[in-house]
Write a protein that binds this ligand. Structure first.
Ligand code: SF4
Length: 230
């Protein structure tokens, strides 16, 4: 039977507020939902109010200081807003602007149909200018993942391995688990899940390889003697 994602979302949220990334989702009695930043300090009436899912697209674009957010799962969501949504369809659309595809991926994970793709397979698929990323070495990849995927940079939880049977190491265990440690948050959480390395990690892998290859000592050229024969 086809899973109706919007209906599943409504059923999941029926028992009260939930977190998704940096958002607090609160069902409104009488219908609809309110979204705001989960760490918003009171007083809440000071928040700028918007309605409808299109406003979420704008909220996702820039940080508080006006910088573009290329990675929507970065912990840089701006504050000071409150978004009112009329129903679960509007909510689903707004969440897709704020955290693209994350509701669907969460649901696939719940269904047991989500397949995590090991990093070596993601890199092996790269072509064109990104083909260089295939040549990243294991120690370089580990250091890169620690720099790029840490919770200070990205809120997703990593489901993929470096290669089949070779887990990612060097990150806290909570970063590698799809479930939250009990008691770490005041309300239920829909996790942000990373089932395949993103374009940002692949692009960084390419940079690491290119830098190493640029820095490698060049083989010495044979120099021709210009001195006249004696
Ligand atoms: S690979 Fe996944 S965890 Fe790492 S930065 Fe990209 S989205 Fe975040």
């Amino acid at each position: 039977m086809k899973d109706n994602l919007t209906e599943r979302l409504a059923a999941h949220l029926a028992d009260g507020p939930h977190h998704l990334g940096q958002i607090l989702i609160t069902p409104i009695s009488g219908g609809g939902y309110e979204l705001r930043h989960r760490d918003e300090p009171p007083p809440f009436p000071a928040l700028r109010e918007s309605t409808g899912p299109d406003a979420a697209r704008q909220l996702a674009l820039y940080t508080d200081t006006g910088e573009f957010r290329p990675l929507k799962s970065a912990p840089t969501l701006r504050r000071g807003w409150r978004l009112l949504l009329a129903d679960t369809q509007e909510l689903h659309l707004a969440l897709d602007y704020l955290y693209p595809a994350m509701v669907g991926i969460w649901r696939s994970h719940q269904n047991g149909t989500l397949t995590a793709v090991p990093l070596d397979q993601t890199l092996a698929r790269q072509t064109g200018m990104y083909a260089a990323a295939k040549r990243i070495q294991n120690d370089e990849a580990r250091a890169l993942i620690q720099r790029t995927c840490s919770s200070a940079k990205c809120l997703k939880r990593i489901l993929w391995e470096m290669a089949p049977g070779q887990p990612v190491d060097g990150l806290p265990s909570g970063k590698m688990s799809p479930v939250l440690d009990p008691g770490t948050t005041a309300c239920d959480e829909i996790p942000l899940l990373c089932h395949e390395a993103c374009n940002i990690l692949v692009a960084e892998a390419r940079q690491v390889v290119k830098q190493r290859e640029r820095d490698a000592p060049q083989p010495e050229r044979q120099t021709q003697s210009t001195s006249p024969e004696s």
